[in-house]
Design a protein around this ligand. Structure first.
Ligand SMILES: [Zn+2]
Length: 235
């Protein structure tokens, strides 16, 4: 029986998304390296996740074109269009990152078609992603994300033709990180082995945007992050 494809960056969202469909299904956990410094730490966390979900395996992919775009459009293009490094909200890598979610969803869909899966799951959350992308204003948090996924499914349906039908599911779309942390505890996910930090490690930096959001979410969930708890001294 084909697996369910789960996109994961080794963090809490991907682990909870996987747990929600792991009971009766084999999982293909897909990690994508798009040039983020944390990629090796993320992949390590994804591999550890296979111990939590024995009926799972990992596919690790790289997206060289996104890595290239994160470095900037290139000197000749910058000169031709008068682009200055650092111009634009969020710095030079922001445009590449804004386009990343549909790219990752497309990668997941391609993986799913490749293995004959009928479901591709991503842990995308309108509440988390909107703030991560710096969206604000009267429509925040996360206006339009349901429509984005619906549109994406229409595209997938169109491209499936007469082949097997595939559906993209986003079970965490309306959940915030504190709710996901509570779910992770219920699913007995080893939160101390998840990776959230934007940096490469080996320990979470504790001060980047994602580390800060994680710390805030644990406080809101009234739980202690096992990552922030020093390991007990050997007896
Ligand atoms: Zn960090």
């Amino acid at each position: 029986m084909p697996p369910i494809v789960v996109m994961t960056g080794g963090g809490i969202k991907g682990a909870v998304a996987a747990a929600r469909c792991a009971e009766d299904n084999e999982l293909l956990l897909v990690h994508v390296n798009y040039g983020q410094p944390s990629a090796p730490a993320e992949l390590k966390a994804v591999n550890i996740l296979t111990k939590t979900f024995p009926s799972s395996c990992v596919m690790a992919l790289t997206l060289p074109h996104v890595m290239q775009l994160q470095e900037g459009p290139g000197r000749s293009v910058e000169q031709r269009f008068g682009i200055n490094e650092g111009v634009g909200e969020g710095g030079p890598s922001a445009p590449a990152l804004r386009g990343l979610i549909p790219v990752l969803m497309s990668v997941g869909v391609q993986c799913a078609w490749r293995v004959g899966a009928s479901t591709m799951v991503t842990g995308v959350s309108r509440l988390c992603e909107a703030s991560h992308l710096g969206m604000s204003g009267v429509d925040a948090p996360g206006y339009g994300w349901h429509e984005l996924v619906h549109s994406f499914n229409l595209m997938v349906e169109c491209l499936s033709g007469r082949g097997p039908q595939l559906r993209v599911e986003t079970p965490l779309m309306d959940l915030g990180l504190p709710q996901m942390i509570k779910l992770a505890r219920r699913f007995r996910i080893p939160l101390e082995r998840t990776w959230t930090c934007e940096q490469a490690g080996p320990r979470a930096c504790g001060c980047c945007e994602r580390c800060t959001a994680r710390a805030r979410a644990f406080i809101e969930a009234a739980l202690v992050d096992p990552l922030s708890t020093p390991a007990p001294a050997p007896v």
